[in-house]
Design a protein around this ligand. Structure first.
Ligand code: NAD
Length: 463
């Protein structure tokens, strides 16, 4: 892994101050200006896509098709659509109020929060850096982007290409690892948008608390899958395995473990084997369609978790530490307390936990932190509603894995340990926007207000 390049100057405050001065100058206010920046972002993604693909291939071994669809294409689409929809989002609102308050002209202005700090992780570095930026641009904020040091080629590339499309006094890439990010966190920001793990989120939240900075935390967790025995097990296996194979399981919404009725476990295992062989006829180890593990440390973490499981490995994934490769590995008969149930797996390992009833599956989920997503495969509408009302999670997705991410209108967010604050299109715009209330009291209101001025007569107070 290349050493991350730190580009933070001696005084990080200078960057923040420059961006703040730009914000105060009013440059980012006009809607047409913001729309132009959003189109610039789409242009950047389009024009630089080959360099972006090469960088992500180098850092993560990501298949090009996956990068173009999930990262580059998504940013182009969402930038352009946000630009188109921005005039509607940014409209000043005039709430419907009681007739006697109408002359006060109650108004809600959509005010940009100011200068934002966006800290992103390595696993989907393009979308997780620029999706928040789309909202920040749309809202009229200025922003520092701090991409992850674990994808050094990509982060370095951003530093080179972003200034070709954007004024560095408005949107600036700052590279570095923990010391540099810690330095940035010392300063007061108007919003911090952090995507990553819960441990670091606590550090970010403490830093934000010092300045009472509003914060969005997009975190992860163990997203469970519940399979109703009456559902088509073969189809469930195909869709779950696909979800687990994306980015080699290194996605915050990856299905983390499967809860299935005990008597259906073997049928599920066979279906996983069948679909694995169809997806990767020669295995995934050397397949260009299957990604690598991001770092030696994460590779070791995953193989160590596997070495400690008490479950039975039924699909043995080969590992190649030198190339940080790990094939999908499926483990059955995993029970509470197993190494594979300790932490978010964030890799291509899928434990199966057999249960005796759906209620037991619900209890298993509810005994743990609220996940980012709860997946369930079922045709039974009342069971679906039971899951909606009896569990908590960032999202609940029926009969597929993470396809909800493709619906631009749905907010994406965690709850509890999986984070807080919304993103995607208008929801990201709202995150970086303050709803600023206003009234303009007319002189003619004075007779109605007379009662509030002291001295108050007792009769008036009683009335
Ligand atoms: P990471 O290691 O790249 O860290 C994320 C960012 O935090 C980086 O920019 C890094 O420089 C910074 N950072 C790391 N340590 C820090 C410290 N001590 N102080 C200040 N900043 C620090 O990425 P990661 O955390 O390993 O990312 C994976 C996690 O992110 C998983 O838990 C995953 O579920 C979660 N995730 C969530 C979402 C979402 O949208 N909810 C999306 C992707 C990933």
């Amino acid at each position: 892994m290349a050493t991350p390049v730190s580009t933070i100057p001696k005084s990080a405050a200078k960057i923040r101050d420059a961006l703040r001065a730009t914000f105060r100058s009013g440059l980012t206010r006009p809607i047409a200006w913001r729309q132009h920046q959003l189109y610039q972002l789409a242009r950047m993604a389009q024009i630089e896509r080959e360099l972006i693909c090469d960088a992500l291939k180098k850092d993560l071994g990501k298949p090009k098709t996956e990068i173009l669809m999930a990262e580059v294409g998504c940013i182009i689409e969402r930038s352009v659509k946000s630009a188109e929809q921005l005039p509607e989002w940014a409209k000043t609102e005039y709430p419907d109020v009681a007739d006697w308050q109408k002359p006060w002209k109650p108004t809600i202005y959509k005010a940009p929060r100011g200068t934002a700090l966006i800290i992103s992780p390595w696993n989907y570095p393009m979308i997780l850096t620029f999706q928040p930026l789309i909202g920040a641009i749309a809202a009229g904020c200025t922003a520092v982007l701090k991409p992850s040091e674990l994808v050094p080629t990509f982060s370095q590339l951003l530093e080179e290409i972003v200034p070709k499309y954007f004024d560095p006094n408005v949107y600036r890439v700052v590279n570095g690892a923990v010391p540099e990010t810690s330095k940035l966190l010392e300063f007061q920001w108007d919003h911090i948008f952090y995507t990553g793990n819960g441990r670091v989120a606590r550090i970010i939240a403490s830093a934000a608390a010092k300045h009472l900075t509003p914060l969005t935390l997009e975190l992860g967790g163990k997203s469970p899958v519940i399979i109703d025995s009456a559902y088509d097990i073969d189809l469930a296996a195909k869709r779950i395995l696909w979800g687990k194979c994306n980015n080699a399981g290194q996605i915050c919404v990856a299905p983390d473990y499967v809860l299935v009725q005990r008597d259906k476990q073997n049928e599920l295992v066979n279906a996983f084997r069948k679909h694995y062989n169809a997806f990767f006829p020669k295995g995934a180890l050397d397949s260009p369609l299957f990604g690598s593990i991001v770092s030696d440390l994460h590779h070791k973490r995953l193989t160590s978790l596997l070495s400690r499981t008490k479950g039975e490995v039924v699909l043995q994934g080969r590992a190649d530490a030198a190339r940080r490769r790990l094939e999908p590995t499926i483990v059955k008969d995993v029970v509470d307390g197993d190494s594979l149930l300790e932490e978010e797996l964030f890799g291509p390992i899928l434990p199966i936990v057999p249960v005796d009833s759906l209620n037991q599956a619900v209890d298993f989920v509810n005994a743990r932190s609220h996940p980012l997503v709860l997946y369930a495969f079922s045709d039974n509408e009342s069971l679906k509603q039971q899951l909606v009302s009896e569990t908590q999670s960032g999202a609940v997705v029926f009969n597929d894995t993470f396809q909800h991410l493709s619906v631009n209108e749905l907010p994406f967010a965690g709850v509890g340990e999986s984070g807080y604050g919304n993103q995607v299109m208008k929801h990201t715009y709202d995150t970086f926007t303050q709803l600023r209330s206003s009234i303009d009291m007319p002189k003619e209101a004075e007779p109605y207000l007379a009662i509030r001025y002291p001295p108050h007569s007792e009769e008036a107070v009683k009335a």
